[in-house]
Design a protein around this ligand. Structure first.
Ligand SMILES: [Zn+2]
Length: 413
């Protein structure tokens, strides 16, 4: 079995991190900017050196294809994204792309001919920071997002995605997603603290949490803070405080996977000597199981009604967004776990709390992800960091699973 070249992988990661590198050691490489172009060009030039065929599709996704024995078979595709948040880290996204490239380099070094082609992909605009929404390139590729709509999306300066891609010479001609993919694999830092806390090297990702967003309005009555006796009040903030603790409780009742966050609070009129008359709450609710997530929604409605009665306030609750949970392909998940175990890496099954390109790919082909720990679980932060040994281990598992999927023995699957 071929081995990852640690030095080459780590060198490539640090070369890539220089592009858009910030003083605090992070990167700023927003989608379809000059920095993004430089990063794309570097990836493409490295892939060409490995004799890959490069193709760019209409939303600017870059595919570097290493042919297999039978090029009519659907390819095994590995990758992630090269764009970053404005104050992003060195590894979020870039790791998955360069681990994929390292897999191709290893296959070349070992002179292995796989049954299927193997492709490394860099998806356009995963972060959605300059052009919303996030995961745009994979969303268009999978057919979940509309190409024309994505291309007409404007940044805050009124520049469209289409013009921005033209300007960096990455408005490709290949149709988006007009072909079958055998398996999609994505290596990524965890972006959370679980693997590090448990001293575990590989996270075998089962899927991505479902998300529900709610807006709540609580209507009480404004009154003077001095003359109004406590029993005569109709304080919307006191009612909201009661509710917030009950919302926390919903997640705790569905531990360890349940998550509830009251991320925004708006108080009206927000004046020290006025009893708050209205409070708006912004709620984020997550769980990997769709059934549990809808139970949590019902519980939210129940605690809201109870609070209204007990506190004598009015108001309403609105669901403004639902993103269903993603469940990765069981066979591919098992393969990742088996390969990690074979290499004697510690591993555990884990659910992703963040969105990834793999979410959209899971809609169209067998998909799974490999997580590695990051320091203090920190990401979307210039201080984001990962250990060399973990970066190498994740790439090794990616190589092993890719080879199993693309190998001659499995070529007829
Ligand atoms: Zn990412």
């Amino acid at each position: 079995m071929p081995h990852i070249d640690p030095k080459r992988l780590l060198n490539s990661l640090s070369e890539m991190a220089k592009i858009g590198g910030t003083q605090k050691g992070g990167v700023c490489r927003l989608a379809a900017t000059a920095e993004d172009k430089t990063a794309r060009d570097l990836f493409a030039s490295w892939a060409k050196t490995e004799n890959c065929e490069i193709s760019i599709d209409q939303i600017g996704n870059i595919f570097a294809r290493r042919p297999g024995k039978n090029n009519n078979l659907a390819p095994v595709v590995l990758g992630s994204h090269l764009d970053s948040q404005p104050t992003g880290g060195k590894f979020d996204g870039a790791y998955g792309v360069l681990a994929a490239l390292e897999v191709i380099r290893c296959l070349n070094d070992s002179g292995i001919e796989t049954g299927r082609p193997v492709e490394a992909v860099s998806w356009t605009n995963e972060e959605g920071s300059r052009f919303p929404p996030a995961m745009m390139g994979s969303g268009v590729f999978s057919g979940s997002l509309n190409l024309e709509k994505a291309l007409s999306t404007q940044d805050i300066n009124g520049i469209s995605m289409s013009d921005a891609l033209d300007a960096i010479n990455y408005a490709g001609e290949h149709l988006c997603g007009n072909r079958t993919i055998h398996t999609y694999l994505e290596a990524h830092i965890e972006q959370g603290p679980i693997l590090e806390r448990e001293n575990t090297t590989i996270g075998v990702v089962l899927g991505i949490q479902g998300i529900r967003w709610f807006d709540i309005i609580i209507q009480g009555r404004e009154a003077h803070a001095g003359p109004t006796p406590m029993p005569a009040r109709n304080d919307a903030l006191i009612a909201a405080s009661d509710l917030i603790l009950q919302i926390e409780d919903i997640a705790l009742q569905h531990a360890p996977d349940g998550r509830t966050t009251v991320g925004t609070v708006g108080i009206h009129p927000n004046s020290r000597n006025v009893i708050p008359g209205q409070v708006k709450l912004g709620i984020d609710m997550r769980h990997p199981d769709a059934g549990v997530l809808s139970t949590m929604k019902k519980e939210l409605q129940a605690v809201f009604e109870k609070m209204r009665k007990e506190r004598g306030v009015k108001g309403n609750i609105d669901e403004i967004w639902y993103s269903p949970p993603t469940i990765f392909d069981a066979e591919t998940v098992d393969a990742i776990e088996a390969m990690a175990t074979l290499r004697q890496y510690t591993c555990r099954r884990i659910t992703s709390g963040a969105g990834h390109d793999a979410k959209y790919m899971a809609d169209i082909c067998p998909t799974a992800m490999i997580f590695i720990p990051c320091d203090e679980g920190l990401s979307h932060n210039e201080a984001e960091n990962a250990k060399d040994a973990h970066l190498v281990a994740g790439a090794q598992v990616l190589l092993d699973v890719a080879l199993a999927r693309a190998g001659l023995l499995n070529a007829d699957r």
